[in-house]
Write a protein that binds this ligand. Structure first.
Ligand code: GAP
Length: 443
């Protein structure tokens, strides 16, 4: 596997901005550190990823239930889980320039990497973002923007059990925003202050945890393959005793070879019965589960596959980024799998000043758009330039309506050319086969 070239991030960030995938948050005001905005194509890519995740892990299974909990939660939730007391990273401030750094990210923990001054003593910095809820301005109004989506599922465990009476094992799945006041947000969308997670809390009998953990480890690997993350760049790392989160008895991190190093992409944790037991104790609400068939009552244990959505975006974009030469010209393009590609196909008339071509192309476009919404009309510039532009944003197919479509060569009447992004080859296809051809490529 080839390492990324040093300028890789610069190239990707520039493409993402130029072509409408990802912009700096609040850019016209100089930005806000740790925030990025997804543009039209980034939003489409992100929605495709979310929909695929939901289909694979919630709708596609009989043992999963989806929820969408509030970002704001009763602060007691975070006191109970230990986040208020201990969700922190080590911080140190430069005695000279006053800049603050995350100590465990520094090679030299004594010297300021910005000005060379002496770093002050290390202290713990809590990453919870707090806010005030309601009209009262006292301490009773303090709440937190959730730092993980997980707790929205634990606090709804009893509700879902009462509504659906699911058999063990079963799980809850959720996609949503989370917030962390990271000391040093960095590396584009890798370390953000406002992020999105796709998480699962899978409830099992204690005796079943190792089997379920293995099942989810394999499922996470299948997901990585399915959305086109380069699995050669993914490493499963067993997290040792001293390094795991306080609630976990076993954790595997799925790490990715980013251009800035091998770092976490996803986590898979065995959270034991930590969360349900703690919430039961603190809320005085019984969060145990009664097995109707056997008649026993117990507090379920939990396997938690946790997927950062922004890191998924970064790994998908990096895996797709390709440079080659086509027709003697260098080419920079995104080799997305069609199922994640923000645009599935672009439809063009060969020439835009020939009304009969435009009219036929509009017909084909309308026909496809009805069945596959992520279709783009493109009549800008000449056809070669269109192909290059579509390649750059990862459109897997370009459909062109030419004079043969109109019957100039009688045996080609009502056929179009369909050009493959990766090989540049063009094949002719009857218009009547086009929708199915594209739909098959999305599977
Ligand atoms: N509920 C467990 C949990 O939140 P975590 O390892 O702290 O565990 C889970 O976070 C995932 O969320 C990570 O694997 C990563 O993909 C993503 N993530 C965490 N912090 C992030 C940040 N500051 N910016 C972007 N993604 C982040």
């Amino acid at each position: 596997m080839k390492p990324y070239p040093p300028e890789m991030m610069e190239k990707l960030v520039s493409l993402c901005k130029r072509r409408g995938f990802i912009y700096q948050g609040s850019e016209i005001y100089g930005g806000l550190a740790g925030t990025y905005d997804y543009g039209p194509l980034g939003t489409a890519l992100k929605n495709n990823i979310k929909n695929l995740w939901w289909k694979m892990f919630v709708d596609g299974r009989d043992d999963m239930y989806g929820v969408d909990a509030s970002i704001l939660m009763n602060p007691k939730v975070w006191e109970t889980t230990g986040h208020v007391a201990g969700f922190s990273d080590p911080l140190s401030e430069c005695t000279k320039c006053k800049k603050r750094f995350r100590v465990d990210h520094l090679e030299d923990k004594l010297k300021c990497p910005a000005c060379g001054g002496a770093l002050g003593p290390e202290r713990q910095f809590n990453m919870m973002l707090s806010t005030k809820v309601g009209a009262m301005e006292d301490s009773s109004s303090i709440s937190y923007l959730r730092p993980e989506t997980a707790q929205g599922m634990f606090v709804n465990f009893k509700n879902v059990v009462n509504s659906f009476h699911p058999k063990m094992p079963f799980g809850l799945g959720q996609i949503g925003k989370a917030f962390r006041n990271e000391i040093t947000p960095r590396d584009f969308i890798f370390r953000l202050r406002e992020l999105e997670q796709m998480e699962i809390e899978y409830f099992v009998k204690e005796s079943d945890w190792a089997r379920a953990f293995e099942e989810w480890r394999v499922a996470m690997g299948a997901w990585i393959e399915m959305i086109g993350i380069d699995s050669e760049r993914v490493h499963e790392v067993e997290i040792g005793d001293g390094d795991r989160a306080h609630y976990s008895k076993r954790t595997i991190d799925f790490e990715f070879d980013y251009p800035f190093g091998q770092k976490e992409l996803y986590g898979l944790a065995y959270r034991t019965d930590f969360d349900l037991s703690r919430h039961s104790e603190a809320s005085k609400v019984d969060l145990s589960y009664r097995d109707e068939e056997v008649g026993d009552k117990f507090t379920p244990h939990v396997i938690e596959p946790s997927f950062g959505l922004d890191r998924t975006m970064l790994a998908v974009l990096l895996s797709a980024y390709t440079e080659d030469t086509m027709g003697d010209a260098p080419r920079e393009y995104l080799k997305f799998h069609p199922r994640v590609a923000p645009i599935k196909a672009a439809v063009s008339p060969l020439l835009k000043n020939k009304p009969e071509l435009v009219e036929k192309a509009r017909e084909v476009y309308a026909m496809l758009k009805k069945e596959i919404p992520q279709i783009m009309w493109d009549d800008n510039g000449n056809v070669g330039k269109r192909y290059r532009r579509q390649d750059e944003i990862g459109t897997p197919f370009c459909v062109t309506i030419d004079f043969d479509t109109l019957g100039e060569t009688p045996e080609h009447k009502d056929t179009v050319t369909i050009r493959d992004r990766d090989t540049g080859t063009q094949t002719r296809l009857p218009i009547s086969d086009l929708t199915n051809y594209l739909k098959r490529s999305l599977l």
